[in-house]
Write a protein that binds this ligand. Sequence first.
Ligand code: PLP
Length: 396
Amino acid sequence: MDNMEKIINEGKQYVMNTYGRLPLSIVRGKGSRLWDANGREYLDFVGGLAVTSMGHCHPKVTEAIAEQANTLVHCSNLYWIEPQVKLAKLLVENSCMDKVFFANSGAEANEGAIKLARKFGKGKYEIITMTKSFHGRTLATLTATAQDKFHQGFSPLPQGFKYSPFNDLAALKQSISDNTCAIMLEPIQGEGGVNVAEAEFLKGVKEICDQQGILLIFDEVQVGIGRTGTMFAYEQYGVEPDIMTIAKALGGGVPIGALLAKEEVANAFQPGDHASTFGGNPLVCSAGLAMINAIIEEKALENATKIGELALNLLAEMKAKYKVIKEVRGKGLIIGIELTKPGQEIVQKCQEDGLLVNCAAGYVIRLLPPLNVSQAELEQALYIVEQAISEMEEQV
Ligand code: PLP
């Protein structure tokens, strides 16, 4: 039995069976590359699902983690934590927000957003979310996730959530009631299949929110921190939310999430209203500081925009050649290739050829390369994707 088989077999024995895992164990990473337990190299266009956005083991992030681990790993939020304060300042200075609360994951950041919206709502409690959304796996965020398949087996679900079709302003207007305190959406739905919000839709949502005193919450857990080519996806639309959640790429791989809000909204939280033992601890915040500084200093946003445009152009050419490609969409370096057939076959074929990609919503090959990916790496990845797609095409 080789090392990989051993890891997989013991995993099946000792780890809860909650993930549909591939028979692959990754043990090392550097930049855009990963190595499995048998030493095989892969080009990584999954990035831990939009987490390792400056590549694996970016030297600045690794150094910051090592240095902080030697200084102070954890400290309670009973005290002021310098790296937390610095990271909050950096996030505020680079966004339209005024205050930050730190959590440990995307779901937790969204739980915080839901609580904050209700506290601010002073009795108004209803939150409207979009079909095909994904907001997390805690009971409240699971309920906010407007996809029935995630709800099965977990009733009774928390009350106060309503669903409305994505990109449909007329339907949204119909859903609003006197109890609505917030509208919560992803500017680009990642898990739902890389569904991009239309500019007119987001502008319309913002207008409704302003007119009716409803909060606008953007879940930027997947697209925040540079994924779309701007630090936050809302910048692509010129629409400022009242509350925004981020996580994934914020710590470059360490577990961190954050809830950001405009001053007036943030003030609804008072001491005792919300807390997290690990939230914003020195270790994760040092990683977050290094990550954001690296993105800015190394002009990764500009690179993501440039390589993202190139990728969309090359994929448009590919779409013209293969009937099996239904649509190509995305912004910056979150790109979806929607197929007319289930995409798992492509994921497997790419893996065999040394490229890791993932499939969202059954039919959409999702590409999430690091923001600092090179043109050569993109071209190599798309070459492998095209081989897999041409094989699928032959079977049509
Ligand atoms: N929100 C969005 C938009 C996500 O894509 C995800 C995870 O994929 C989450 C929330 C949940 O984040 P986490 O898995 O860190 O709890």
